[in-house]
Design a protein around this ligand. Sequence first.
Ligand code: SAH
Length: 369
Amino acid sequence: MKSFVNASVKQTKINLLDFDRKGMQAFFVEIGEKPFRATQLIKWIYQEGEHDFDRMTNLSKSLRAYLTEHCCIVAPEIIFEQVASDGTRKWVIEMGGGNKVEAVYIPEENRATLCVSSQVGCALACTFCSTAQQGFNRNLTTAEIIGQLMAANARVGEQGRVTNVVMMGMGEPLLNFDNVVPAMNLMTEDFAFGLSKRRVTISTSGVVPAMYRLTEVCDISMAVSLHAPTDAVRDILVPINQKYPLQELMAACKKYIESSPRGFITFEYVMLEGINDSLADARALVKLLKHVPSKMNLIPFNPFPNTQYTCSSKEAIERFRDVLYKAGIVTTIRKTRGEDIDAACGQLVGKVQDKSRRAERLERMGLST
Ligand code: SAH
């Protein structure tokens, strides 16, 4: 695929990468064109890798001229790459204005997974996650989200093409709902990336109202960052739990499963020594998930500077897994990938101009803007 113009170029035009097919149809209707133009454009962009409107030969001359004048096709650029000894690649992607996010490419024997970011930083304050320490700057646009996938495919070529996407990079995707959903639609869109709904996963810390909203518009696979079987512990590890406690979260999960292509939810559970890894915790988890079709993904904690946590021992993780397994829950222990380049879960930091903390600091000083 050809490379697209650098995102840092100041944009005053409408970026067509911001539209899924429906959005693009609405756009064409608005400018007095037929909705089928959307499919033509999407094929040009995502199947042909074309970004020069003048070369889109099945469009009328006047439409080509209109698009050239008012629209653009601009994807973000990979500005830095690190390759781990296991083949995992971490990319720093420039989003303009000094903001950078990270995406991680994980090749395996018969698939290649891309871990995509949804926000610059993260507004949630999960205590075991290094992205949280960076604070939050802004939501990524649809173009910037889908652009990570375009940039990845362009970098790795046909052989290494991405087959699976997990929204498990920086940010909480369900707090950027309106930009994330069109991006996911493009991933599963036949005329764009055509990935199976089973191979596109959104991961959430449990933004309950947005989970319900998602059931109405999108039926991709869902992962929920659970991390604790009780509200007392989850309130600390995943503070959004104070707003949407476990009972509400489980009800939302059940509702999602009804419409999910997979018929289950994947739960992520980071293993923290002495915090959430006892046999009693495992039993409480079994009880919690009794009526929720689930798969469990145990994630060995990846440390980062100044963290208060340590990873559970291999034995503790295996003991924990055995309890779940015996109770009939399919449980895997996530293989940590890209450790030597800090590309593992919770280690993505990018470079964030933190607006949220700055605002807080200003407020403390009586200087709120
Ligand atoms: N905000 C979303 C998307 C991020 S996904 C969510 O919370 O689901 C990133 C995954 O890695 C989450 O399951 C997160 O809980 C986990 N994670 C975060 N920090 C980690 C760390 N230090 N070690 C292991 N896993 C971590």
